[in-house]
Design a protein around this ligand. Structure first.
Ligand code: MF3
Ligand code: CO
Ligand code: CO
Length: 275
């Protein structure tokens, strides 16, 4: 059914549908890429405020990556010309940075993927510009809980579908919509690889989770209906009903005993409000 491939970190890997199982070299490389990605989002927490443009944030993000000897994996990816995705309010994901300034009360997702020594650290968090309304802050809090419940379900011997089942069950309690069009993904030396990690699924379905698998979990949760559409720029995904949307993303590994999160904030700033 699902093919797995053992990789030690040196050989060329292909997007051939196989699920890669990594060894110690891959873990070490992903710790480094994941740490840089998390540190960059930590720095963003100090920069996000009303009046700042998303383009200025993107420039700062690119600078931090280049200074660290990394390259933004998104730059030139399928024609994307920026170093991050910044998705404000009803934008679900893939918001394009530009001259738009943040407004008081905005909620926004910043998604970064530095490529470090050929390995991808992919993570995103929500940020507050000033003080958003309570319903927006609640959506952000529950979306973070969805991510962490999904990670808790990512255990060796469990099935991939358990992750989406845990996320969907939590979102349903609040009558939030789980976006179906965009998924988490295997990653490592490839940015987007098998398996596809859906955020709404049936427990007990999908491939078995095995030690050495690397993938992201990145639930997008809407205050309203789950429906998404992509704008004419070919990237910006928005909620069809214009309701607010939130997202958090970690890059993780399945281990012998559980899982390891590569992109945890070294300063504990994984979820706003950031102090
Ligand atoms: N970082 C995004 C993800 O989580 C992908 C962005 S691709 C881009 O998979 F081209 F839109 F930047
Ligand atoms: Co991702
Ligand atoms: Co990402």
């Amino acid at each position: 059914m699902h093919e797995y491939q053992l990789v030690d970190g040196a050989e060329t890997v292909y997007r051939d549908g196989t699920i890669k199982l990594h060894g110690p070299e891959g873990f070490e490389a992903m710790r480094k890429a994941g740490r840089l990605a998390a540190e960059i989002l930590d720095a963003c927490a100090d920069m996000v405020k009303p009046g700042v443009t998303t383009g200025a944030l993107d420039d700062a993000i690119r600078g931090m990556m280049l200074d660290a000897g990394a390259v933004p994996a998104t730059l030139g990816y399928r024609g994307y010309a920026h170093s991050s995705c910044i998705s404000i309010n009803h934008v679900i994901c893939h918001g394009i940075p530009g001259d738009k300034a943040l407004k008081e009360g905005d909620i926004l997702n910043i998604d970064v993927t530095p490529l470090v020594d050929g390995w991808h650290g992919d993570t995103s968090r929500m940020f507050f510009a000033g003080e958003p309304p309570l319903k927006a802050r609640k959506l952000v809090e529950v979306t973070y809980e969805c991510l962490m419940l999904g990670i808790a379900a990512a255990q060796p011997g469990a099935r991939l579908g358990n992750i989406g089942a845990a996320i969907e069950a939590h979102a349903n309690q609040f009558r939030y919509g789980v976006v179906r069009e965009f998924c988490g993904h295997g990653l490592g030396r490839l940015f987007h690889d098998a398996p596809e990690v859906v955020h709404a699924a049936k427990a007990g379905t999908g491939p078995e989770l095995k030690p050495g698998m690397f993938f992201t979990i990145e639930p997008m949760i809407n205050l309203g209906k789950p429906w998404a559409k992509v704008l004419g720029d070919g990237w910006t995904a928005v909620t069809r009903d214009k309701s607010l949307s939130a997202q958090f993303e970690h890059s993780i590994a399945i281990t012998e005993t559980g899982n390891e999160i590569f992109t945890k904030s070294p300063t504990g700033r994984d979820c706003p409000p950031y102090m």
